[in-house]
Design a binder for this molecule. Structure first.
Ligand code: B12
Ligand code: SF4
Length: 477
């Protein structure tokens, strides 16, 4: 029988996403899981190793695993970071075949069969929501019972791969403990997001809600969380914000929620934060739908008063037919209204666009480019349509043989993965560069940006010029 006394969560060495410049994010998913294990299984010793914060390479990780000698090694990945997770498991197995390797997160949850075949070094995949499954899995391993009775996992048994039934979702997210930042206190000073908040501003991530009730065809989020949107109470969200600010000095706070929902939480969150001291210090980052922003001008302005200074919206495209094909449910007009509202309220407006749908042509991308300039967002990111496993789009693309690049390391939305009906994959990559060039390549615009009165805009334009983002995009062609 296996006795589990120590477990090790690993944030492996990873490539950073060059578009956003220099940053170091806390390993949020691991912190959330570790906190839950700590509370539910207090006899188990837990360590979290953040190789990025330690500046540790793979050899260093191997030495660490050897000296810590855990019973289980765990890591978390989405599609572009799946390989470093597999490599973490490989290293654990190299140190000792007895270490149980567990991975979880969006990518592995959607393609457990393929992942267990491709990566024999991974023992168990936890699919979907991790907290309850992980506790039950550790208990079952400890008691020497059959893990086939644990819901929400996939694993190899002899020659077969077993997928146990899915686990129902947690009903009340307030029941979760605060993320275990206390287990990584030495690292906290390293977390930063230079382009968004400056090098010396402490960057922390918190979770207010899980999932989404929309059904966009290119998105994994709604499927990962069973198509429902669950939120913590606004009091709990405000408490967590206050805790991160007062206990750890967190200032640039990134809310993971994919769909903010002003109408449901905006007013209440404003009321919760307005009497708290932390509102003077925090720089809160939100992700919202353009239609949600557009419908709630008063709440947008209220949240500015309590520290919301940056909002990112998935505008995606100007094309009504493509928005329909994406099942996005918002319009080009929503994008205009939302960007204007954000700017009028001195909130940094950040718009995301997608090129490379099947019917995209040089002309349609030209229209998108012009639209992206016309809406006057402060910051624009263009991405290539990426068939993330688990999306509706992935199934269609796979069935039709559109996917030309199966190297998941390239699934970062900056690499073109598929051609369109009229453009080769290389041409899509070229068009992506042209979009960035049109927006950031203008000498006059850059000069205006670098000397803008708005501090965020100045930082951003310095980043776009200084980090050679355009050059890096050109290098991908
Ligand atoms: C914060 C964030 C970032 C931050 C930092 C991320 C980090 N810490 O590395 C930054 C800005 C750097 C970033 C960058 C990118 N991101 Co990002 N990011 C997010 C965001 C908003 C929150 C992540 C998070 O903490 N979620 C909360 C945790 C609790 O959720 P979770 O990871 O799913 O974990 C739960 C379960 O999945 C499971 N689980 C997860 N891991 C494990 C591990 C084990 C062992 C177990 C048992 C269980 C388990 O249990 C957890 C609790 O129930 C998500 C969207 C979202 N809401 O999740 C996008 C998201 C993960 N990012 C995404 C993408 C595409 C990127 C980029 C590639 C490009 C881009 N366009 O932004 C880059 C890549 C950077 C890189 N090379 O590492 C996509 C991934 C899609 C996919 N299928 O792969 C997402 C889902 C956004 C989206 N809406 O599509 N990102
Ligand atoms: S893209 Fe945004 S709105 Fe659409 S399903 Fe995903 S999280 Fe929801």
């Amino acid at each position: 029988m296996m006795k589990i006394s120590k477990i090790l969560f690993v944030e492996p060495p990873k490539d950073y996403w060059f578009v956003m410049g220099e940053y170091l994010p806390p390993p949020t998913s691991l912190l959330i899981l570790a906190a839950y294990i700590e509370r539910e299984l207090p006899d188990i010793e837990i360590a979290i190793l953040d190789c990025q914060a330690e500046r540790m390479d793979w050899a260093g990780l191997e030495k660490y695993v050897e000296s810590y000698s855990p019973s289980i090694v765990l890591s978390s990945g989405f599609t572009s970071t799946a390989y470093p997770c597999a490599r973490t498991s490989e290293i654990a197995k190299k140190v000792s075949e007895d270490i149980v390797t567990i991975v979880g997160g969006i990518h592995f949850s959607f393609i457990p069969e393929e992942s267990l075949i491709d990566f024999p070094e991974i023992d168990i995949i936890v699919r979907g929501e991790g907290e309850l499954t992980l506790v039950e899995l550790i208990k079952t391993l400890n008691n020497g019972k059959n893990i086939a009775q644990v819901k929400g996992i996939s694993f190899r048994h002899k020659e077969k791969i077993i997928h146990t039934p899915p686990r129902p979702l947690i009903k009340n997210l307030d029941s979760l403990p605060y993320p275990a930042y206390h287990l990584i206190e030495d690292y906290i000073k390293h977390y930063h997001f230079t382009m968004m908040a400056g090098r010396n501003t402490r960057y922390m991530i918190l979770e207010g809600a899980r999932g989404c009730d929309h059904r966009c065809t290119f998105c994994t989020q709604w499927k990962h969380w069973n198509g429902v949107w669950r939120t913590k109470s606004v009091k709990r969200i405000a408490d967590e914000i206050e805790h991160l600010n007062e206990t750890y000095g967190g200032v640039f706070l990134w809310l993971t929620d994919d769909h903010f929902k002003y109408n449901l939480r905006g007013k209440a969150l404003y009321k919760e934060l307005k009497h708290r001291k932390c509102k003077e210090e925090i720089m809160l980052f939100l992700q919202a739908r353009t239609d949600d922003v557009a419908k709630n001008p008063e709440l947008v302005s209220k949240l500015r008063e309590v520290g919301n200074y940056w909002v990112m919206c998935g505008v995606e495209t100007d094309s009504t037919s493509t928005l329909k094909e994406f099942k996005k449910g918002s319009s080009a007009q929503d994008a205009y209204t939302a960007m204007k509202l954000l700017s009028d309220n001195d909130i940094f407006s950040h718009a995301m666009f997608v090129i490379g749908t099947r019917r995209d042509t040089v002309e349609s991308i030209e229209r998108l480019k012009q639209f992206s300039i016309d809406i006057e967002a402060d910051f624009v990111i263009y991405t290539a349509l990426t068939p993330f496993p688990g999306t509706v789009y992935y199934e269609t693309a796979k069935k039709n043989g559109w996917i030309e690049d199966t190297n998941y390391a390239n699934y970062d939305m900056s690499h073109a993965i598929m051609p369109t009906e009229t453009l080769t994959r290389k041409e899509v990559q070229q068009e992506l560069w042209k979009c960035y060039h049109a927006f950031y390549g203008s000498y006059m615009k850059n000069i205006a940006g670098i000397f803008s009165k708005n501090k965020l805009k100045r930082t951003l334009y310095r980043h776009m010029a200084g980090q050679h983002v355009l050059k890096k995009f050109r290098g991908l062609i």
